[in-house]
Design a protein around this ligand. Sequence first.
Ligand code: 5CA
Length: 451
Amino acid sequence: MRLSKYFLPVLKETPSDAQIVSHRFMLRAGMIKQSSAGIYSWLPMGFKVLRKLENIVHEEQIRAGHIPMLMPTLQSADLWRESGRYDAYGPEMLRIRDRHERDMLYGPTNEELITDIFRSHVGSYKDLPLTLYHIQWKFRDEVRPRFGVMRGREFFMKDGYNFDLTKEDALHSYNRHMVSYLRTYERMGLQAIPMRADSGPIGGDDTHEFLVLAETGESEVFYDSAITDLKLGDKSVDYSSWDECAAIVKEWTTPYARTDETHDEAVFADVPETRRRQSRGIEVGQIFYFGTKYSDPMGATVQGPDGKPVPVHMGSHGIGVSRLAGAIIEASHDDKGIIWPEGVTPFHVGIVNLKQGDSEADGACESLYNALIAIGLEPLYDDRNERAGGKFATMDLIGLPWRITVGPRGLKNGVVELTSRKTGESEELPPEQAVEKVAKIYASHRVAAFG
Ligand code: 5CA
């Protein structure tokens, strides 16, 4: 993309109503624009990040054997009356009446809708196990929407639902989700710690939240610092193996890690004092096992091996996709702007032409730009007639991990400059080598396109 042809409405001023750094940078970098309280338009660069996050979630869900689909945003109130949640959900639910006076609602989550789909189409234990998921907009009429996309009213969420014959099967689904979530967050360059939590209006006894440590997080958390040394890395995981998934879950849930809702001082006191940490965190996902809470009242049964109807065991599993854009910025920035991890960056590399209009500099930029596109990368070429200082400030603000700077002086020696946004370190290289180096860096960060 050429910046002169793109829509990147960068703000010079720091917006006064944005209290946290991710909100400020998302506004200043032209990623989002508020349309009303807690509701945002995703401008082109923000939308690119959102799509990258979504695609990583899809890849990891599909890898775990979960099946993508799409349910509507508007739901009928009748289904929620069946589960008993229509009244219980309270004012967070946006209730709507259609022209025929039918009660509808903008879905805050989808347990009822998916259970209805399941009971209409699945009748035998032989069709289990089954995990369906979608990534769709949700609406929760939060009392205090704030911090930009972190606590929105309308937000983009991945929600998945497992259907299993027995509790043991469903607990494997729970473990499988935990492992797939760990991989998902790691690919986004994040450390998200699974913490024992409270199940709130979703219900159930087993639940973990995934928290990214950040001062601006809304949750208070307590943990053993040993957990921050864990990494899945590129360990291959056989998701069909109960033992393999259970072993990973055990490794990640043995060190103490709880939110304030479930925190227990007495148990925490057993953690060696030098490893006890109290901090704040951003909740980027949550998994639940709730047994037959929905299948019982809604009659979602299958015919068991003995021919008798059995209510299915279920769980639901959410990832805050739009919140993640903010959470990543909270975890990865400096005072000049965002520092995107390679896995989610909106463009792979920025090209800064120090002397627009100089035929040699223009020519070198063009060939770099074309060479990067030819190997499947997306460069953002700042081809505007602007001062170098302004171009650097824009690149630093929008936070592409790599920048190639091209100027007449370097070109005389046959080199361009490759700079890391994270470390600020630069090296001078012939243009072809700069392209090669960037290609190598991104070789492990290719995300397939879905939808
Ligand atoms: N049905 C379950 C699992 S699919 C569910 O709704 N879980 S949840 O309530 O925990 O939401 C899942 C994730 O959505 C949360 O972990 C959080 O990351 C994100 N989320 C929840 N509320 C908001 C909000 N108001 N703004 C942005 N993201 C949110």
